[in-house]
Design a protein around this ligand. Structure first.
Ligand code: GAL
Length: 683
């Protein structure tokens, strides 16, 4: 919270890498628990997430608690050497709370109350809900403070998964308080929101509402503030509980499971409020490129606190919430787990331990499937447990990156306003991926960074889009003296979503050495040819701009069509501006990487070549490095379905097989090596 001192609480109770998953013993007769604990121990599980949705079982009536069953669960797990990530159980309010206080139910933008019967059915602004969660968190914390199984607190669950926003009267009041703190007076709000437009001038803050369903497009400044407010309101729910836990159990780290790169919550702010970053990731097995998206999320998770994080949930096989839930083919569950480690995780956990027999997740895979110890899934569980033990020494090792991708939630919210933008097709994730996918294919390590962070440790910084860019953020980018790439539609508006005087790129104009004369979104299914200075041709889709250089040198032009001859990409000093959505960024990116001296994390020359070529790692192979105190770890992951030949310049020992490897090696389909190599300084 504001002004509060940041405390550094680490998870110290479990050595090595964490392995386990969500455990819901309340869904099973007690006879099953003993088998659960025995099989967990057999598989090498050392951590279980417990009580996530247990409020109605722990407090069946107001103030009346039943902890006896949870006591027995925690004791049993502890006897088997399994630590607990203990949820405060507040992810779903119990029926009695909803019955007694129907106002805790969330209300959608149309004014409809969302009823009990699913989960996360609460209004984030409800004082009743918040007070009840604080009470339960305190009761839990006091009861289990000294329990030897307690290793970490888990508040809520995937905040914003089902309930990101609520439009009820209580939320409206809360929103007004938030606005009053931001703008001081109604005049401040009128000025920021530009309410002279469409006759929206307010004379009292009490007249302001959340952006409920209205006849036409809603004021985009109001929508942007609503996005900020919704992220903050949920964060307050988290902080209410965290304050209690910190008071009662100051040495136990606190987390809440994030949802990868999520639009709804500003994870930079959220991560600062927790001790350990943890993530839930569900890449679609049906999408052969989904591991690249996962890699990007994992790099974000590591960057949020610049330290190891935890993969707290993933599916061992199929999920149950897609239209079609494709299982993970042989090897994928292990490979995806190793991938999280490769990107800096210190543990891989799953949803869930034992496959449910009832409820919405009865077809969701689990570490222990319906078929029990006979199943293919169980064999995978055992194998992964053995592998994680072999990799224990990688825990705590760190990653270093020379390249940063800038990500800012305010800007993302502004860019993807639901209405009234030049194009609805210009999406941040797509822009991020145009750069990230190439870096990933090259095996170049990447961090993510907010635009106000000190960027001086990076050789290359890429801002795929900064639609909203404040003067302070621009100042930080101007102060950066490495190689900067700025993507299209950047520097357009200020913090209040008002176009900077003189138009884009606003405060970036001097840095980029250009002005944007006109935005030129491309119609669906149309593309625009881009001619690079070296003569090669590229393609822009979705977005282009009519640029007017003011000192910048064009390094690519549009060819043909209405923009024929207009600069598409420019360079000004060490800053490159790409004014379009460039489908293949190689000509720009590879050149900047070379100029900046950025190298892939491993030299993997093409077989037969004796010098590093700087060429891509073989297609489908992912390369990541973690640096430990005594050794480095090179992860080479073959996501392909055929074997990959890799030429290792540095010898090392594969921790998974114990083999010493050097030179040309083969990595089987969906297999990996984790090479312990000499530490950086000792090579
Ligand atoms: C997550 C959630 C879990 C479980 C899982 C299934 O979103 O946190 O409780 O529902 O999805 O994939």
């Amino acid at each position: 919270m504001n002004g509060e001192q940041e405390v550094d609480v680490r998870l110290t109770r479990v050595p090595g890498l964490l392995f386990g998953g969500d455990y819901n013993p309340e869904q099973w007769p007690e006879e099953v628990w003993a088998e659960d604990a025995r099989l967990m121990a057999e598989a090498g599980v050392n951590m279980a997430t417990v009580a996530v949705f247990s409020w109605s079982r722990l407090e069946p009536r107001p103030g009346e608690y039943d902890f006896a069953w949870l006591d027995r669960v925690l004791d049993l797990l502890h006897e088997h050497g399994i630590a607990v990530d203990l949820a405060t159980a507040t992810a779903t309010p119990p029926p009695w709370l909803v019955r007694e206080h129907p106002e805790v139910r969330p209300v959608d933008a149309n004014g409809t109350h969302l009823d009990f019967g699913s989960r996360q059915g609460y209004c984030p602004s409800s004082p009743v809900f918040r007070a009840a969660t604080a009470r339960l968190a305190r009761t839990m914390a006091e009861r289990y403070a000294d329990h030897p199984a307690l290793a970490m607190w888990h508040i809520g669950n995937e905040y914003a998964d089902h309930t990101l926003e609520c439009f009820c009267e209580e939320s409206a009041r809360h929103f007004r308080t938030w606005l009053a703190a931001r703008y001081g007076t109604v005049d401040g709000l009128n000025a920021a929101w530009g309410t002279s437009c469409w006759g929206q001038h307010y004379t009292d803050l009490d007249q302001v509402n959340p952006p409920r369903k209205a006849p036409g497009p809603i004021n985009p400044a109001q929508v942007l503030d609503w996005r900020r407010f919704c992220s903050d309101a949920l964060l307050e729910c988290f902080e209410v509980e965290r304050a209690v836990l910190r008071e009662v159990t100051p040495d136990v780290p606190v987390t809440t499971n994030f949802m990868s790169i999520l639009h709804g919550l500003d994870y930079w702010k959220w991560a600062a409020a927790e001790d350990i970053v943890s993530d839930d990731a569900y890449p679609d097995p049906a999408d052969p490129t989904s591991h690249v998206g996962a890699a990007l999320s994992y790099d974000l998770m590591r960057s949020l606190k610049d330290r190891p994080w935890l993969l707290l949930e993933q599916a061992p096989g199929a999920v149950s919430w897609r239209e079609v839930n494709v299982p993970k083919p042989a090897g994928m569950m292990r490979l995806h787990s190793l991938q999280a480690l490769a990107h800096g995780a210190d543990g891989v956990m799953f949803f869930q331990w034992r496959q449910a027999r009832y409820g919405p997740e009865k077809f969701h895979s689990a570490l222990l499937p319906h078929g029990g110890v006979q199943s293919r899934g169980w064999q995978d569980t055992l194998r992964l447990g053995r592998d994680l033990e072999k990799l224990a020494e990688t825990a705590g090792s760190r990653s270093k990156a020379d390249v940063a991708l800038v990500l800012d939630w305010d800007s993302w919210w502004g860019l993807e306003a639901p209405e009234s933008m030049p194009s609805k097709r210009l999406e941040l994730k797509r822009l991020l991926h145009t750069w990230y996918d190439r870096l990933h294919a090259l095996g170049v390590a990447v961090d993510l960074a907010p635009p106000e962070r000190d960027l001086s440790s990076y050789r290359v910084v890429i801002a795929p889009n900064l639609y909203l860019c404040t003067e302070d953020q621009a100042k930080n980018l101007r102060a950066y003296d490495g190689h900067l790439i700025v993507g299209p539609f950047s520097g357009v508006v200020d913090a209040a979503d008002q176009v900077h005087p003189g138009g884009a790129p606003g405060p970036l104009r001097e840095l980029l050495g250009l002005a944007v004369d006109e935005f030129w979104p491309l119609a669906d299914e149309t593309t625009q040819t881009v001619r690079h200075a070296d003569g090669s041709a590229g393609t822009a889709s979705v977005w282009a701009e009519w640029l007017r250089p003011e000192g910048a040198t064009p390094i690519a032009h549009y060819e043909g069509g209405d923009l024929d001859g207009i600069p598409a990409i420019t360079r000004h000093g060490r800053t490159t501006y790409v004014g379009c959505l460039l489908e293949d960024v190689r000509p720009v990116l590879d050149d900047v990487l070379t100029r900046a001296g950025v190298r892939p994390v491993a030299d993997l020359p093409a077989p037969g070549a004796d010098l590093p070529t700087g060429a891509d790692v073989p297609a489908g192979v992912e390369a990541c490095r973690r640096e430990g105190v005594a050794a480095d770890y090179l992860f080479l992951l073959n996501h392909g379905t055929t074997a990959a030949a890799v030429n290792l310049r540095e010898p090392g020992t594969d921790l998974l097989t114990g083999r010493d490897l050097r030179g040309l090696i083969e990595i089987g389909p969906r297999d990996a090596v984790v090479l312990r190599t000499a530490h950086e300084g000792e090579k």
